[in-house]
Write a protein that binds this ligand. Structure first.
Ligand code: UD1
Ligand code: UDP
Length: 367
């Protein structure tokens, strides 16, 4: 029996690991141990409930306004005990969070092979996104098996000297997850507050490097847009980070065209995305999902590790300067040719079978 221990802690990791864990559970000769670090609490529980995933161990580390150091040190000390107890054949991690990096380090200390889902994404800029770029580089240094979502991420790994025999190009598991979520007859309360002839912009913003002035610039641009365009409504499910919550409520509480709502479960989020006109985000995962739904995305960052979406034409990286953000929003609302060009781009992230490929490789790894 091959024992795979999946370790993750935040909302996006859970969404993208759920289809892999489901696949392990139904594969004979494999057993699944799920360890959640609890880096997120409510936002993680939403995903676990939705996909009916059960944690065998919860390290329960979250605290209000947590720091990178406390996340890392608590995971290292608490996961140590769990790995000793469970003695897995593999530790499976995802992406670029601090849970991912700390879990990989712990697995390395126990000399357990590490398999990295969504390996090889890079901006090559240490502080953008921060701390995720270094989290993924460090995780890739420590890993033994690399599940690269695209050939571009495979090339990044090859450039760093990773042997090609250790890399598999699988597609991104988020496309697998979307097969569980999209519902054409979907409705949500917030939609009944918006006239049907209005255009909806879906906004998310949470990254550490954007907190403070960059986020304030974008929010001001959104306020100016709604003054210019009474036919536009913005839906913003606000991340639970106190730094984000405070600023969003300060800037938007008096703007009836901006709907601040709680973080959505992923079914709601995907379906609201499919009902929106375009998306504005600094999220990683959202950049991968929007092309599947034919939605243009304005990326509120200086750099992206997802150039596939830029090359395909769906994503435009615009940063956080107020006038640049405003002019890009206006352009998408007024220039139909530009809009259509971004809306019809092809999804570069695979065919929804990434989880099957990943599990099959793990199953035959020691053959
Ligand atoms: C983390 C990841 C980031 C990922 C994001 C996904 C790191 C360093 N950052 O950032 O890569 O894009 O998750 O959303 O790994 N909080 C709650 N309840 C929750 C979740 C968060 O109250 O369910 C609050 C807590 O006060 C917490 C704060 O949000 O201290 C920040 O959470 P944290 O995980 O440190 O940072 P994120 O911005 O969520
Ligand atoms: N998402 C969600 N509810 C929301 C906002 C986003 O379920 O209110 C989903 C989204 O569909 C994507 C993932 O969360 O799958 C992205 O997570 P986030 O933006 O928090 O993190 P990142 O991808 O930037 O690491």
């Amino acid at each position: 029996m091959i024992k795979v221990m999946s370790v993750f802690g935040t909302r996006p990791e859970a969404i993208k690991m759920a289809p892999v864990i489901k696949e392990i559970e139904k594969t004979s000769g494999m057993s699944s141990i799920v360890v959640v670090t609890g880096q997120h609490r409510e936002m993680l529980d939403q995903v676990l409930d939705l996909f009916d995933l059960h944690a065998d161990h919860n390290l329960d580390i979250m605290e209000k306004n947590q720091t990178l150091t406390t996340i890392t040190t608590k995971i290292l000390s608490r996961l140590d005990v769990v790995i000793d107890q469970e003695k897995p054949d593999f530790v499976l991690v995802h992406g670029d969070t601090t849970s991912t990096m700390a879990a990989s380090l712990s697995a390395f200390y126990h000399q357990i092979p590490i398999a990295h889902v969504e390996a090889g994404l890079r901006t090559w800029d240490k502080y953008s996104p921060y701390p995720e770029e270094m989290n993924r580089q460090l995780t890739d240094r420590l890993s033994d098996i690399y599940f690269a979502p695209t050939t571009l991420s495979e090339e990044n790994l090859l450039k760093e000297g990773i042997q090609s025999s250790k890399i598999a190009v699988t597609g991104n598991t988020v496309i697998d997850a979307m097969q569980y979520t999209i519902d054409k007859s979907y409705n949500h309360d917030v939609l009944s507050q918006i006239p049907s002839d209005h255009k909806i912009i879906l906004l998310t913003m949470h990254r550490r490097e954007n907190q403070g002035q960059p986020m304030a610039n974008v929010f001001q641009a959104v306020n100016e847009l709604t003054q210019l365009r009474p036919d536009v409504d913005v839906i913003y499910p606000v991340h639970l980070s106190p730094a984000v919550q405070t600023l969003a409520h300060d800037v938007f509480d008096n703007n009836s065209q901006v709907h601040l709502i709680d973080p959505l479960n992923v079914v709601d989020f995907h379906n609201l995305m499919s009902r929106s006109y375009f998306v504005m985000t600094d999220s990683g995962g959202v950049q991968e999902e929007a092309p599947s739904l034919n939605k243009p995305v304005l990326v509120l960052r200086d750099a992206t590790e997802r150039p596939e979406g830029v090359d395909a034409g769906t994503l435009k990286v615009i940063g956080t300067d107020k006038s640049v953000v405003l002019s890009n929003m206006l352009a998408l609302l007024t220039d139909n040719v530009l809009y259509q060009k971004m809306a019809i781009a092809k999804n570069p992230y695979g065919d929804g079978k990434a989880s099957q490929r990943i599990v099959s490789i793990l199953q035959h790894y020691s053959d």
